[in-house]
Design a protein around this ligand. Structure first.
Ligand SMILES: [Zn+2]
Length: 412
């Protein structure tokens, strides 16, 4: 009795102090909690199978497991071959409902890790964090997606026109084999929710920079470095001159970055090299910045150190930017409100890294990212995911899908 009374007083105090505090949706929260033991087992199975991009055997094994899991949510599940030379099938799971909203969820099955990584560092949990190759990026996103669909199915929630889940097999090398599929699906849905890892500190990603690769090719003339170096036209030296100029094309105010990352020239010390090339990583928030860098790099190429070398620059755009806009802001505040129902606060962040959400944003659809479990140190052996973020993140995503499915948003 005393306990009850104390609890009631606390509840009244909470209501009085925070009248706007919404109640959690109990059935969803209970389902999410109930699925934890099963989800941990599935997560362990997925992490313990190597599925580096290009590892056809590993990706097939992962896909086989997920095909079965997704069928348990009543979804229509199909495998869609990727565009070669990418390997591994994509998976598309579809739930058709009776409502009006169309929501696309995306996660990816491939990792950056080579075969053998899972055997060397199998799934383990220590101090509340799960470790293993791809544990966060993006196998935690897959786990969230699988159980969101299960919860929708078990609660018999049908108030959406369509909820689609795309599991991509080749995200980590730029989704070349899935790009058309992603763009088509994003266009067919009102909103895209990407399940890359949630940011450390419980953040979502609401903008991303676009990415491109700038290549500089130099042709010179070879010569014996000891006997007649003056006969040579040193491509390495010219390349050094070029990359020093071009690396200055970033613009801190516009957050455009240009970084020299790959240099190649010569293979013998006694030969003046006749060829050299560099690749630079370019990131920008707006498309015009890529145009500017392309133009100014070409202009720099005309300013040569060694006049009779030949310098050619080219910019290959890979991912469009996902700029912050009012529709994304609206989705983000919806997510924050929902997270508030379980007493949690969502941070909103941007990222210099591109992802599949960038492709959805590229076809002008409102997109949120970072909806997987909270994690960090992606692409390193220190990669981790917060186990305690599983229930809150599954709750958040389920509620988001429900509200968007009902069409409770002006973001369309
Ligand atoms: Zn990822």
């Amino acid at each position: 009795m005393r306990r009850m009374a104390a609890w009631s007083v606390l509840a009244v105090a909470l209501v009085l102090s925070a009248p706007a505090l919404a109640e959690p949706n109990r059935p969803i929260l209970d389902k999410a909690q109930g699925f934890v033991p099963e989800a941990l087992k599935l997560w362990e199975r997925l992490v313990n199978i190597d599925s580096g991009t290009g590892d056809e055997e590993g990706l097939k094994a992962i896909a086989a497991i997920l095909l079965e899991e997704l069928k348990r949510s009543g979804a229509t599940v199909e495998t869609i071959p990727v565009t070669r030379p990418s390997v591994g099938d994509n998976i598309v799971a579809t739930l058709n409902g009776t409502g009006k909203g169309k929501v696309l969820l995306m996660a990816h099955m491939d990792t950056v890790f080579a075969k053998g990584a899972a055997a060397a560092r199998p799934f383990r949990i220590k101090d509340g964090r799960a470790y293993g190759p791809g544990v966060s990026d993006d196998k935690s996103g897959i786990i969230a997606a699988v159980y969101v669909l299960r919860i929708l199915n078990e609660l018999k929630f049908k108030d959406y026109e369509r909820v689609t889940l795309l599991l991509n097999s080749n995200e980590e090398t730029g989704s070349r084999g899935s790009r058309q599929l992603i763009e088509r699906l994003a266009k067919e849905h009102d909103v895209t929710l990407n399940l890359e890892a949630g940011r450390p500190g419980d953040g979502l990603v609401i903008w991303r920079k676009g990415s491109a690769q700038l290549t500089v090719e130099v042709k010179g003339r070879s010569a014996h470095a000891g006997v007649a170096p003056e006969d040579g036209r040193n491509a390495a030296l010219e390349l050094a001159h070029q990359v020093l100029q071009i690396s200055k094309l970033g613009n801190p105010e516009k957050q455009t970055t240009v970084n020299v990352t790959v240099l190649r020239a010569g293979d013998r010390t006694n030969v003046i090299p006749d060829a050299a090339n560099a690749r630079l990583d370019v990131r920008a928030l707006v498309a015009e910045e890529f145009d500017r860098v392309e133009r100014e790099a070409a202009a720099s190429a005309r300013n040569k150190l060694i006049t009779d070398t030949e310098v050619i620059t080219s910019l290959l755009r890979s991912f469009p930017a996902m700029p912050q806009n009012p529709r994304i802001d609206m989705l983000a505040s919806m997510a924050q409100r929902i997270y508030g129902e379980i007493g949690r606060t969502l941070k909103l962040e941007g990222s210099g890294g591109a992802a599949d959400s960038s492709l959805a944003a590229g076809v002008f659809k409102p997109t949120l990212d970072g909806l997987g479990l909270v994690g960090g140190n992606a692409h390193t052996e220190r990669e981790y995911a917060e186990v305690d973020s599983m229930v809150p993140r599954i709750y958040l995503l389920t509620r988001l899908v429900m509200e968007l499915g009902r069409g409770q948003q002006d973001a369309r």
